[in-house]
Write a protein that binds this ligand. Structure first.
Ligand SMILES: Nc1ncnc2c1ncn2[C@@H]1O[C@H](COP(=O)(O)OP(=O)(O)OP(=O)(O)O)[C@@H](O)[C@H]1O
Length: 316
């Protein structure tokens, strides 16, 4: 829970008056372009950055007044890897278990449980340097979960990974949600990734602009996109405007028409066109449409601005 959470760097407002409640045991995605303030928010929630004003409770504890209580109850996976590549997977987790004071008698069970969760048990004695990017990320997730935190924070968990590995990481995060009662809080600037979350908060230029389930955010857009390719798109646009009174734009994809119930309009559009239709697709609203709706630009346009620094990962 955050109330009026604000962080400034000098004169720059990185996060402004953030109000947020995250449901327990769910996957919550923080979506926004580079520099929106996502990492700064995670940094404050994880007690790594002090809020300039406002307050936040994580797992029931105040991040400013009770940082140690918060730290005990959270796991953190940074944007950049913080693994020591000379250690094996087992040694990595053993080191972390010591750090968090996991009792010796429970240590091996806890480590094996986590290694099995992320399917690295067979590679437990291999040094991390022999691991692929996806395996390293899975090991970091296992490490973040070893002390059974109530909340797992992941800053851009699949950045830099190929699509297959990304899908595998999401499978693991899904299992985590199903099998353990952990709240997963992650940041992403990838729309496809945000679709996996139970709830999303859209952030832009330090402010929260929307918050809800992916379906609810898309529903606000309220219209499907019909794309039609014809033998003569400008003539088709004119016909659609004149006969159906619909706004139609043409671009390299063809003719683009936005309507509330796309499927119902298909026969009428085809009937109104006096020329050959090569193809017609109906696309329900996407999260990019939702982002556009709330911010006035697409996330890709917003992302082409220079990136901000990620939250500082501890160096070893
Ligand atoms: N240590 C810092 N000093 C000065 N400005 C900073 C610092 N860290 C972040 N900022 C600025 O604060 C704003 C928010 O940055 P932040 O890293 O939180 O965004 P982000 O949404 O996480 O972006 P990214 O996806 O690139 O990590 C940006 O304008 C960034 O330049």
């Amino acid at each position: 829970m955050a109330e009026g959470l604000t962080r400034t760097y000098g004169t720059r407002q990185a996060v402004t008056g953030l109000n947020l409640t995250v449901p327990t045991g769910r996957t919550f995605g923080f979506l926004g372009p580079n520099g929106a303030g996502k990492s700064t928010t995670i940094g404050m929630l994880c007690t790594l950055l002090r809020p300039t004003s406002g307050r936040a409770l994580v797992a029931g504890y105040d991040v400013t007044r009770e940082p140690h209580e918060v730290r005990r109850r959270i796991g953190l996976v940074f944007q950049e890897s913080t693994l020591d590549v000379d250690l094996t997977a087992m040694e990595t987790l053993r080191f972390h278990a010591d750090l968090f004071g996991i009792p010796r008698r429970r240590r091996l069970d806890a480590i094996m449980d986590m290694l099995e969760l992320v399917e690295l048990a067979e590679r437990r004695h291999a040094p991390v340097r022999t691991f692929s990017g996806g395996m390293r990320r899975r090991l970091e997730i296992a490490r973040g979960l070893l002390h059974t935190p109530r909340v797992l924070f992941l800053d851009e968990p699949t950045t830099g990974l190929d699509p297959q590995t990304r899908a595998a990481i999401w499978d693991h995060l899904r299992r985590l949600r199903e099998e353990r009662d952990v709240t997963v809080f992650l940041t992403t600037h990838q729309l496809e990734e945000a679709e996996h979350c139970d709830r999303i908060a859209i952030m832009d230029e330090g402010e929260l602009v929307a918050d809800g389930t992916p379906a609810a955010l898309k529903a606000v857009v309220g219209s499907d996109l019909i794309t039609v390719r014809t033998a003569d798109d400008p003539a088709a646009a004119l016909a659609v405007r004149e006969h159906l009174g619909l706004e139609a734009e043409t671009d390299t994809d063809g003719l683009r028409i936005r309507v509330a119930d796309g499927a119902a309009w298909v026969p009428r559009i085809c009937g109104a066109l006096p020329l050959t239709v090569h193809s017609l697709t109906v696309t329900p609203p996407t999260l990019d449409d939702a982002f556009l709706h709330y911010t006035g630009r697409t996330i890709r346009e917003a992302d082409s601005k220079p990136a901000g620094p990620a939250i500082p990962a501890p160096r070893r």
